[in-house]
Design a binder for this molecule. Structure first.
Ligand code: C5P
Length: 233
């Protein structure tokens, strides 16, 4: 009988957050005394299923080493970030590829999503451990969705089949590694891990999560994240 797969996590945290209009990369902005990156990482560091958390950091990063969780967890690993999010994830996968088994799982979580709940993380892990490929946290679209070209509506999409892709996204290591490598080699634009995996004709599962698990992108998102984090206390 094959051994139970292990889970590893990757946090791509090498972005410079251009849309945030801030001198500090958004993952290092503070909410309630902790950086967004610390909030994002904590559920993964606390989860008993996850063996190691690999942070992909910008080559000039001088802030990570000052974070409070440095001393508190043996789980932490580091990799150098890349030109795009996908390159950063690939660098982290390369950094662990000699230790991880092909069917072990990797969870990739945005450094800019500070409101992931332990309940959603557990739900994702439980579902993906039973799936042959892996899957993602996502939320159903609630607005009516229009396809638009040059500011004119081409059509209305069937809202029942539209979901917003969140993170973490959790896949078997070999599937994810091959998919991202191949997508980058073929210049396929991938904005999340699932799109790389889909491009290999796999069908990841979708696990319905909380809409509070927002990605901090614009200055307004900070206040929203702060409100959600306060509610969680
Ligand atoms: O810019 P965006 O919000 O899409 O970034 C999503 C995540 O990818 C963030 O956690 C960011 O730090 C990370 N990223 C990265 N390397 C890059 C660009 C973005 O690790 N080159």
């Amino acid at each position: 009988m094959s051994a139970t797969p292990e889970c590893w996590a990757i946090i791509p945290a090498a972005g410079i957050g251009q849309r945030m209009v801030s001198s500090v990369p958004k993952q290092y902005l503070n909410i309630g005394g902790k950086t967004i990156l610390e909030h994002a990482a904590q559920p993964l560091l606390d989860n008993a299923h996850i063996k190691h958390v690999v942070f992909a950091l910008h080559v000039d990063d001088d802030k990570f080493s000052q974070l409070a969780f440095q001393d508190s967890s043996q789980k932490i690993r580091k990799a150098i970030g890349g030109e795009t999010r996908a390159h950063s994830v690939l660098n982290a996968l390369e950094a662990i590829k000699n230790e991880i088994k092909p069917n072990d799982f990797v969870l990739v979580h945005d450094a800019a999503r500070p409101c992931l709940s332990d309940a959603d993380l557990t739900k994702l892990i439980d579902a993906c451990l039973l799936h042959e490929v892996g899957g993602i946290l996502a939320v159903r679209a609630t607005d009516t969705i229009k396809q638009v070209q040059q500011h004119e509506i081409s059509c209305t999409l069937d809202r029942d089949s539209i979901w917003h892709a969140f993170t973490p996204q959790m896949f078997k290591f070999k599937i994810l590694y091959d998919a991202i490598k191949q997508a980058l080699q073929n210049n396929i634009t991938i904005t999340d891990e699932a799109s790389a995996v889909e491009s290999m004709n796999f069908h990841p599962c979708v696990v319905e999560g909380s809409s509070r698990n927002i990605k901090v992108t614009c200055p307004d998102d900070i206040a929203i994240a702060e409100m959600y984090l306060t509610w969680n206390e």
